[in-house]
Every structure is written in C-alpha cells, then in structure tokens.
Write a protein that binds this ligand. Sequence first.
Ligand SMILES: [Zn+2]
Length: 272
Amino acid sequence: MAQMQFADAERLHHAYIVSEPDGEKCLELARELAAALVCSSDGPVPCGVCAACRKVREQIHPDVITIRRDTSRDGRKKTEISVDQIRAMAADAYVLPNESPRKVYIVDEAEKMNFSAQNAALKLLEEPPRGVYFLLCTPNPGSLLPTVRSRCAVFSRNSGDQEDPELRKKADEFLRALAKGDALELMSWCSANETMDNRLAPDFFAQLQSRAADLLCGRDREPGLDREALIMVTELCQKCMKYLRVNVSCKQIFALLAVEAIAGDGKQRKNH
Ligand SMILES: [Zn+2]
C-alpha cells in the first residue's frame, strides 16, 4: 500500500509558532506548552505540581532551553538573534535530554532571528532530532520567513478569532472519533472527507494541529485525549501538511490519516 510506505519513511517533527501580542505573555504560553511536554504526571498535563512542571515555571529545567538575543559588552541587548546562536542550538539539540524524555527549545522574539539565522533554523525545523520540540515565540508570525512558517503550527490564544467554524467542527469530529478509539468511525470520517479541496486541506490540518496544541497545554480538556494521542495528532498533521506541499492528493492524505490514527491509537492502548 502506497500510503503505508510514505508513512513509514517520514521522520516526525515538532515545531510551533507561539503567538501573542504581548512578548511576556507569549513566553508564558510557550512555557505552559513546554511544561505539558515534559510534565511527568499520568493525568492531565501540565499538572503544575510535579518536579518537571515546577522547574519549567522556575526556568531551571535542564531540558527546556530558552534562546534569546545576546547582550553586548555595554549591557545592551543585541538587535538580532544570530546565526551562531541558532547553530549552537542545532548542535545542542542532538545531545540527549537530561531528565525528561523530551527536549524543548523556546526561541524568544523569534522574529529577531536574522535572515541567515532563520535559514539555519530551517533544516532543524524540517528534520529535528527525535523528541525535540521548537517553540518560536513571536507577536507577528508574518514577520518570519514563509519557509519557516510553513514548517510550524501556529499556536495562539487568538487563533479562535480567525478560525473557520466549519474546519473547527471537522477537527473536533476527528478528535472525538479518536478519543472514542472507534476505528470504524475514524475510517468513515476520513473517507467522508477525502474529497476535501486541496486548497482547503492545509487550513484544515493547521486547525486540527492548533486544537491538539490547545488540548495539549490543558487550555481545553474535551474530548479527553491524553498527551501521547495529542502528540501523535500534531505529528500526523505536520506529516499531512508536508505531503500537501508536494501535491499528494487529499484522497491519499486522508487514507494516511485514517491508517496512522488507528495504528497510533492501538499502540497507545496497548501501552496503558
Ligand atoms: Zn507536571
């Protein structure tokens, strides 16, 4: 089966643009998401009380690393995040995490990455080491290179204002079917949507991914999917968006979505 082959050939990757008009709030939101990724609770994440959550809050978690503009000798902040900083981050990303199974890099004021820095980040966003997440904080995602943007899911408290209610409804249907673990319902949902317009599909996957991100950082608890399932959904969305960019048809992409969602769901149930 063609879809099985291209599913297996893919590496998973995780990159988000975290967007808020206020820089401090943006950073807070990124930390919330980082805490959800490294939280050690078996229940809803971030629990806010485990050692990992506390360390993220106190900004001392060794696996949650913040990249920001350097300070020059006169004590002033430099105007840009340099390519050297991004290269150092890239090298560090290949070092295994200390305490958590995951590693999270938060880039504060990501829009301050200069052109070469953004280009250097591209490869990392495209093929990061396993278990490594990048959260690019910026009030204005439009200020990042389109090539950077296309590799990231946008995660924003305001995303609700611009979202298409129809796509949101579809994303919720999919998540509910997944939460139920009903393979037949997932399959029929996917085949009912395989005729989706190829131009609309990227927006759908962006919507689905942003819903998963919302659930992941505990801003919404319904429909009761756990962290592993939500991470699987974000990975799947990135994968589907990548295939859309190379003009794989919606029919094949929704078939992939059905196969992988069911396979991933089965794997998690076994592990619990
Ligand atoms: Zn926790």
